[in-house]
Design a protein around this ligand. Structure first.
Ligand code: HEC
Ligand code: HEC
Ligand code: HEC
Ligand code: HEC
Length: 179
């Protein structure tokens, strides 16, 4: 081991430490739709909860619990039912199969807005820069929103259809009322 240099040691350490967050960076956990819905269900705020409930994102897990889904999984060579397969849960649940969120909620708020344990507190929600520091994902423009959609709406989906961003966004948008 005489030839082990300091950079090599650092590299080794870096590799071992890779899964841990960088210094000073907090990790956030998923809290689930119900926690966001506690506040996001009044008309005044725009009732994003009800809008979301009316979209197919809230049914994304139900779609995995059908004979059609199971035959898609089987055709892909999976040995478990679609609803039990990580390969399917990845895009049909909030944060993927290991997020800790009840898979039944489907594609919940945090699938797009990011894990909310840090920013869901009222004081922080009202202070956008801090909310962003605490994990809230922001979108610079329409292209950034579309990129987020395409993390799931892409050809890796076994039933992928063409994704027309403008048309799809119209179906799920949930803006605050203009004051
Ligand atoms: C304790 C109540 C409360 C909870 C819980 C809560 N929010 Fe909020 N949220 C608010 C309020 C109030 C605003 C509006 C802030 C404003 O207008 O300054 C807001 C704003 C937002 C915004 C817009 C941010 C911006 O300024 O562009 C997003 C996105 C959002 N919330 C998502 C979520 C998600 C996702 C969750 C669950 C992880 C959540 N919220 C949980 C109260 C809450
Ligand atoms: C890369 C993300 C992704 C993965 C992985 C994925 N899906 Fe999907 N799935 C989607 C999207 C996005 C849609 C919505 C399709 C659309 O509207 O374009 C969808 C829709 C569906 C539908 C409804 C079809 C319809 O349009 O009525 C079924 C059933 C389905 N997926 C089953 C599965 C199964 C089974 C697996 C695992 C073998 C799987 N999906 C894996 C993203 C994915
Ligand atoms: C499929 C992705 C997706 C899901 C699911 C989703 N959102 Fe959003 N949400 C967005 C995008 C994208 C925007 C627009 C951001 C922008 O314009 O900068 C947005 C905007 C918002 C805003 C700000 C509205 C405004 O006028 O400024 C709030 C509040 C919000 N979402 C809350 C929620 C809540 C609560 C849920 C769950 C009940 C939810 N969202 C589910 C993607 C999503
Ligand atoms: C975490 C993965 C994921 C993300 C991110 C995501 N979607 Fe989806 N989306 C799905 C799945 C899965 C379905 C299929 C739900 C079902 O029918 O079971 C779907 C279905 C839809 C549908 C219903 C199909 C239709 O055309 O009526 C619309 C609309 C849609 N998504 C729009 C969007 C938009 C716009 C964005 C980005 C702001 C987005 N999605 C981001 C996974 C995702």
């Amino acid at each position: 081991m005489r030839t082990t240099t300091i950079p090599t040691i650092l590299l080794l350490l870096g590799v071992t430490m890779a899964p841990a967050p960088a210094f000073g960076q907090e990790t956030f956990t998923y809290v689930g739709v119900a926690a966001c819905g506690k506040c996001h269900k009044t008309e005044k705020i725009g009732n994003q909860l009800a809008i979301w409930e009316g979209t197919k994102h809230s049914k994304a897990f139900e779609s995995l619990s059908t004979p059609v889904a199971d035959s898609i999984a089987l055709a892909k060579g999976l040995t478990t039912k679609a609803a039990d397969s990580k390969e399917c849960r990845e895009c049909h649940t909030t944060g993927g199969p290991d997020s800790g969120v009840d898979a039944k909620e489907g594609v919940g708020c945090e699938a797009c807005h990011n894990a909310g344990s840090g920013y869901r507190v009222l004081k922080i929600m009202k202070d956008k820069p801090t909310a962003v520091e605490k994990g809230l994902r922001t979108f610079a423009d329409a292209a950034a929103i579309e990129a987020q959609c395409r993390t799931c709406h892409n050809e890796r989906s076994p039933t992928a259809k063409e994704f027309d961003f403008k048309e799809r966004w119209e179906k799920i948008k949930h803006l605050r009322p203009v004051e």
